[in-house]
Design a protein around this ligand. Structure first.
Ligand SMILES: [Zn+2]
Length: 74
């Protein structure tokens, strides 16, 4: 289970690595990366409601939340 979560977090981080430039402190990653779109967020929310994938969904939502905080700090 923990491995699955680790892979999910790795996959969502690939989104950041695929972007050019790789790191831009002035960019908001929400809705910029495909895995950070509102559609993706809706999927993560659905995952966190469904018991078998709840931890996975919550893990992904925490990532989105952390990225959102970054946007608000700008
Ligand atoms: Zn992110």
């Amino acid at each position: 289970m923990a491995t699955l979560i680790m892979w999910a977090c790795f996959a969502i981080d690939l989104d950041h690595l695929l972007a050019t430039p790789m790191f831009d402190p002035t960019r908001c990653s929400i809705n910029f990366h495909p895995l950070h779109s509102y559609y993706a967020i809706a999927v993560y929310a659905a995952l966190s409601f469904w018991k078998p994938s709840r931890i996975l969904g919550i893990g992904l939502l925490i990532h989105i939340l952390a990225d959102s905080v970054d946007c608000l700090m700008m």
